[in-house]
Write a protein that binds this ligand. Structure first.
Ligand SMILES: Cc1cc2nc3c(=O)[nH]c(=O)nc-3n(C[C@H](O)[C@H](O)[C@H](O)COP(=O)(O)O)c2cc1C
Length: 346
């Protein structure tokens, strides 16, 4: 098990799929005493290998590789497909984009992706949306890799523990990005990060990492006081100089504070929290295809918005407290977090 107590600062820079993580960001965080992460959910084995190899040149510190546990999915009937296409066509955005229903396979093969992890052996491997095949957890352990899995409820946490994972990432309702529920059709208990942390620390026997709207050292101290071994921060790193978030994403995080953040299934087919924008408003109540089919269907639209620097049609994933995001280098952010944490812990 990776020794979190040896970290210079008990912070995991959250995995953030979609081009936000990169070797510079991950290595700066790791060199500053935290854990740098990669959200490799949609990455090819080659890209995963390249990123992990490039990061190893930049740091000897700990790195976390993160993957989604995609559930098998079928295309809904034709009439539903047509309604979902209709909802995405003719949105009031300038420029051309295409909308078509993808063909299977709808998501990458995790065994193929993990071959790159077995080759490069980052210290930590984490999963979101569920529990991977137990053989993959065993393989990670045989290579000395520590395994963490997201839980949003006690029921999920108990399953994580039973699967033999080493730690639980307790994701509160405030967290930016995709809600890590195993089954998004189940009732969401919507526990806050701190309530969930306290519950899991009390009820589970493996360590807990807190995630959700942790923006400064005082928040990290609260997580540690609640019994967590570390804090996972996503939004706080979005506007770092090294972050690969798009310019519009950074601008909305830093300036558009009155928008607030909301959950939408419109971009990907699964609930995710992002800054409220025109796309989310227009897609409210519309038919969407299941995850990740909807994600592939909105790719061309999101790319167009990216090229045009139009934040209204990008997925601006961000946590509930995004207005407290600072614009600093990753190293300076880590230094600030450490100073604040030391003061908060007295
Ligand atoms: C832009 C963005 C992308 C994210 N992508 C992932 C991901 O690929 N895998 C994952 O496990 N969590 C992902 N998350 C969720 C984080 O792991 C974490 O739960 C969240 O960032 C914590 O809330 P905060 O953003 O308020 O700090 C993402 C979060 C954001 C903001």
């Amino acid at each position: 098990m990776f020794n979190f107590s040896k970290l210079g600062i008990p912070v995991i820079q959250a995995p953030m799929a979609g081009g936000i993580n990169n070797p510079r960001l991950a290595s700066e965080v790791s060199n500053a005493g935290g854990v740098g992460s990669f959200g490799f959910a949609y990455s090819t084995p080659q890209k995963i290998s390249e990123d992990l190899a490039a990061t190893k040149v930049l740091t000897k510190g700990p790195i976390n590789a993160n993957f989604f546990v995609f559930s098998p999915v079928d295309l809904p009937e034709q009439a539903i497909q047509e309604k979902a296409i209709e909802a995405l066509k003719n949105l009031p955005i300038k420029g051309e984009y295409s909308v078509s229903v993808p063909q299977a396979p709808f998501y990458p093969n995790i065994e193929g992706q993990l071959n790159s992890v077995w080759e490069h052996r980052p210290e930590i491997l984490t999963f979101h949306f569920g529990i991977p095949a137990l053989s993959l957890i065993e393989k990670a352990h045989s290579l000395g890799i520590t395994v963490g899995i997201t839980a949003t409820s006690l029921k999920e946490a108990r399953a994580v523990e039973k699967a033999g994972a080493d730690f639980i990432v307790a994701q509160g309702i405030e967290a930016g990005g995709h809600r890590g529920m195993f089954n998004p059709d189940e009732v969401d208990e919507k526990l806050s990060a701190m309530d969930l942390t306290r519950l899991l620390v009390k009820e589970c026997s493996i360590p807990v990492v807190t995630a959700g709207a942790l923006m400064d050292g005082v928040d990290i101290a609260d997580a540690l006081k609640s019994g967590a071994i570390a804090a996972q921060l996503g939004t706080a790193f979005l506007c770092c100089d090294e972050s690969g978030a798009s310019p519009a994403h950074k601008e909305f995080v830093l300036k558009h504070h009155s928008r607030g953040s909301v959950f939408t299934t419109g971009f990907s087919g699964r609930p995710a929290r992002g800054i409220d924008n025109e796309f989310i408003q227009l897609m409210d109540g519309k038919i969407v295809l299941p995850f990740p089919i909807q994600n592939t269907m909105t790719a061309s639209l999101r790319q167009l918005a990216g090229r045009a620097n139009n934040g209204e049609y990008q997925s601006l994933w961000a946590g509930q407290d995004y207005s407290r995001t600072r614009r600093l280098s990753a190293q300076n952010l880590m230094m600030a977090l450490k100073e604040e944490l030391l003061i908060a812990l007295g």
